[in-house]
Write a protein that binds this ligand. Structure first.
Ligand SMILES: [Zn+2]
Length: 258
C-alpha cells in the first residue's frame, strides 16, 4: 500500500537543538520503492519507532546540506547497504551535498558515496527516472543550493515537495498539476522570513497550485508554539485547499489520492 510516513516535521536551529519535535524527515513508499526524504537528525531512530525499516530504502532525497535535512543521510545509507557490504540505492541531492565546495567538505561521506549505486547532483528543472518514478527538481530561494521535487508515478499521481524556500514569483508554477503538495512552513501567520515560508505565503501558493491536498511541515519553534493544526485550519479556510498539519508519526495513505 503506497503511503507517506512523516517521521519528524521540525526544522531550524531551535528545533534541532531541543528536538521539541523531531527533525527526521519523511518516508514515501510508492510503487514498491522506499524513498527517504531529508533524513535529518533522528531519522534512523524515528524509522524504527514508526515501524519502518531504514534498510529497505531504495532512494534517498536530500534537498540541501543543512543539518536538519542531511544529518542522518550517511546513517541511512549505512543502514540500506549494511555498512557498505551490499552496495545499492540512489541519492538525489545537490552538488554542495555530494561534492562540497572549496571551503566546505561534502556532507556526504566519501565512503558512503562509494557504496551507492548512483548519485545525482540535480539542478532545478532537471529530471530523472528511476523505474516507474520520475523526479523533477524544483527551484527554491534559500541560503544555500537547494532543490524541491515533483514526483510523478506511473499511475499519474504527482506529489510535490517545496523543501525550504522563501516565496518567489515562479514558486507555485513548479507545482501546478500536483495532487498533493508538501510544504515546509517555518513561521506562523504573516511572519515573513527571508529564507523560508510563513502560513500567509502558503495561502498564496495554494490558491495558484490548487492541489487536492496540502500537507504543512518543517516547522520552526514559533510555528510549533502557534500550533500547526490551527495554522492549517486558517490556511485551508483562506485558500480553499484541504490542508493537513503533519505531526510526528503521521501516516497518509496514498491509495485513492489520484
Ligand atoms: Zn535549510
Amino acid at each position: 500500500m503506497d503511503n507517506i510516513v512523516f517521521l519528524g516535521n521540525g526544522g531550524g536551529r531551535v528545533i534541532i537543538a531541543t528536538q521539541m519535535i523531531s527533525t527526521a524527515g519523511f518516508v514515501m513508499q510508492v510503487q514498491g520503492r522506499q524513498i527517504f526524504v531529508d533524513p535529518g537528525p533522528g531519522a534512523l531512530l524515528r524509522s524504527k519507532i514508526c515501524g519502518l525499516q531504514a534498510s529497505k530504502t531504495d532512494i534517498v532525497f536530500v534537498s540541501h546540506h543543512h543539518i536538519d535535512h542531511s544529518g542522518d543521510a550517511n546513517a541511512i545509507i549505512d543502514a540500506m547497504t549494511l555498512g557498505g557490504i551490499h552496495p545499492k540505492g540512489v541519492l538525489i541531492s545537490t552538488s554542495m551535498m555530494i561534492n562540497g565546495a572549496e571551503n566546505a567538505g561534502p556532507m556526504l561521506n566519501k565512503f558512503y558515496a562509494g557504496v551507492l549505486k548512483e548519485c545525482f547532483a540535480m539542478k532545478p528543472n532537471d529530471s530523472i527516472t528511476i523505474g516507474d518514478l520520475k523526479f523533477t527538481a524544483t527551484p527554491t530561494r534559500h541560503e544555500v543550493e537547494n532543490i524541491g521535487f515533483v514526483l510523478e508515478t506511473k499511475t499519474g499521481m504527482k506529489i510535490g515537495y517545496t523543501s525550504d524556500t522563501a516565496p518567489f514569483d515562479d514558486l507555485a508554477k513548479a507545482f501546478i498539476g500536483c495532487d498533493m503538495l508538501i510544504i515546509n512552513v517555518l513561521k506562523p501567520g504573516a511572519q515573513k522570513w527571508k529564507t523560508h515560508l510563513c502560513s500567509e505565503d502558503v495561502v498564496n501558493i495554494l490558491k495558484e497550485v490548487k492541489p487536492k491536498l496540502a500537507v504543512i511541515r518543517g516547522y520552526g519553534a514559533k510555528m510549533v508554539k502557534a500550533h500547526p493544526t490551527y495554522e492549517a485550519r486558517e490556511i485551508q479556510k483562506r485558500s480553499g485547499v484541504q490542508t493537513v498539519a503533519a505531526y510526528d508519526g503521521m501516516r497518509i495513505d496514498l491509495d485513492g489520492k489520484k
